[in-house]
Design a protein around this ligand. Sequence first.
Ligand code: GLP
Length: 241
Amino acid sequence: MEIIKFDTQQELDAYAAELFINTVNEKPNAVLGLATGSTPIGIYDKIVERFNENKVSFKEATTFNLDEYVGIGPENDQSYAYYMNKHLFSHIDIPAPQTHLPNGMADDLQEETTRYDAMLAAQPVDVQLLGLGHNGHIGFNEPDVNLSGGTHAVKLKEETREANARFFSSMDEVPNYAITMGVGSILKANTIVLAVRGADKAEIVKEALTGPITTSVPASLLQTHARVIVLLDREAGRMLD
Ligand code: GLP
């Protein structure tokens, strides 16, 4: 595991963006695993900036997002599909059919998770971007006694709903369920980039990266992966030497 600390958010964003850009420049048909939340926004802005400077093209790339809320469609500005279009897809040259997110509006969620896993199996992820939840969740893999390997529907913990309520106009509007890639699917990526910022994440960063490997901190399973690059701002990394 490689851990890199940055003095500023801008440096972290630029470094992460460059990792993805280099991947696509070396392998134009690369498969990128993408994440949402507030952390990746600056990274996506930087990718768009580099795209506008003609430093990269995503025409042949494919993307898979980690997760999506159940019950809200892509036209809803709180859906992750809407977020991805707003922050990345609409600004770069990736053809829409090559961008994938779980469909949170599917009639049969079980069938949807099987469909998503089949696509992931056919196109393994080269580089997966991850953020970190305050309780150690990755994607929407919440702490539990067991973790699911593949894509699955999950009931969100109240703490996760509360953490994400800032994006909604009221707590009642925060969905109760989501579809997420499983920890097993995430660990299949060739390289994983975990980006974390902010003092409020310092403790969980330390626990996930240096504590015991346990399903009660899903991100701790990243310790079992051979190629993880952790990007931290000063605050998030302050409890690590
Ligand atoms: C959500 C997403 C996660 C993300 C987490 C942290 O729960 N499902 O993929 O990592 O939020 O988000 P933030 O970067 O806003 O702290």
